[in-house]
Design a binder for this molecule. Structure first.
Ligand code: HSE
Length: 331
């Protein structure tokens, strides 16, 4: 039987995932995939239980920035929660932008989807950083899947490594470069650019969040640190519980020195986001540009070093795909 998906949020990640699904011919692990709705408050929405044509949707968004003109099933304005509640979908793919203060609107989307019996896959850091355990318990009660690989390190499988590769108590520490924008800025500063020039470049290349303060003041890293700390601790750790030093303030006060990386470091009872200097040859110092990397210290296995893309359309779309594979295996 086909798996019916509702995509909420058709921005960078939504379109990246749609492109992957098209490439795969609407088929994952031998299972047919049908998109029953795409909902986006800015671009408009398409709801069609016979299936949304992703090629057409992607073409329209590339050409006009909107889904208007799609034809059958197009709606200018919808109540997203009402669409999520409908019995048209098996899985809700929640890809709206992160708000780490309130978790909204992602939190309500995820909660409503689970309450009305849908599996959920999200790349939105807000609901996971603030309410992971509440949502996991809701999913557990209803025997539903909640995938959130794309919240940290895009499709590079850090979350799956922590969740499935090891028993939680066995992870002693996670330390890593997990914000592509600031690593890009620091790499370019090492090459001689000023902070402002490097930030402008990161913006032009589309790495930075819509509000670059999320990256350079460490809010994005604090959200990621809280997700990783929650997994290691086995209970909710929120972004406010992370000791955060702003990279912008650090550079203004201490200036740039070679080997500086903006990292998160999480171990039981101690969660930080701060600039650190690493010696030459250290694996974190060798990460260039938007590349992410993380050292996981374990009880019996010693150190694991995982590196790969940490942001990007298809890179984060790949995270959704791997969660979908995980879900299909469980079904
Ligand atoms: N702005 C973030 C980064 C996006 O640069 O890493 C991915 O979370």
């Amino acid at each position: 039987m086909e798996l019916r998906l509702c995509i909420v949020g058709f921005g960078n990640v939504g379109t990246g995932f749609a492109k992957i699904l098209l490439d795969k011919g609407y088929n994952v692990m031998g299972r047919g995939i049908r998109i029953t709705a795409i909902v986006d408050p800015v671009k408009g929405s398409v709801i069609n239980q016979r299936g949304v044509d992703l090629a057409k949707a992607l073409r329209l968004v590339a050409e006009t920035g909107r889904l208007e003109g799609y034809g059958e099933g197009y709606v200018d304005e919808v109540d997203t929660l009402e669409v999520i509640k409908q019995d048209l979908h098996d899985v809700v793919i929640e890809l709206t932008p992160t708000n780490i203060e309130t978790g909204e609107p992602g939190y309500s989307h995820v909660k409503t989807a689970l309450e009305t019996g849908k599996h959920v896959i999200t790349t939105n850091k807000g609901p996971v950083a603030l309410h992971l355990y509440e949502l996991l318990s809701l999913a557990g009660e209803k025997d539903l899947y909640l995938g959130f690989e794309g919240t940290v390190m895009s499709g590079t499988p850090l979350i799956k490594t922590l969740l499935y590769g090891m028993d939680r108590g066995l992870v002693k520490k996670v330390e890593g470069v997990l914000n592509g924008t600031t690593n890009y800025i620091l790499t370019r500063m090492e090459e001689g650019l000023t902070y402002r020039e490097a930030l402008e470049e990161a913006r032009l290349k589309g790495y930075a969040e819509a509000d670059p303060s999320m990256d350079i003041d460490g809010h994005d890293l604090a959200a990621k640190a809280s997700i990783l700390a929650s997994l290691i601790e086995g209970r909710q750790v929120t972004p406010r519980m992370i000791r955060r030093t702003s990279l912008r303030t650090y550079l203004e006060e201490a200036g740039y020195r070679d080997g500086t990386k903006y990292v998160l470091s999480v171990e039981p009872g101690d969660y930080r986001v701060e600039p650190r200097e690493y010696p030459e040859g250290h694996p974190l110092r060798m990460l260039r540009g938007v590349e992410n990397g993380v050292i996981i210290e374990t009880e019996y296995l010693g150190r694991i070093f995982l590196s790969g893309p940490g942001a990007g359309r298809e890179e984060t779309g790949y995270a959704v795909l791997t969660d979908l594979i995980d879900l299909i295996r469980r079904l």
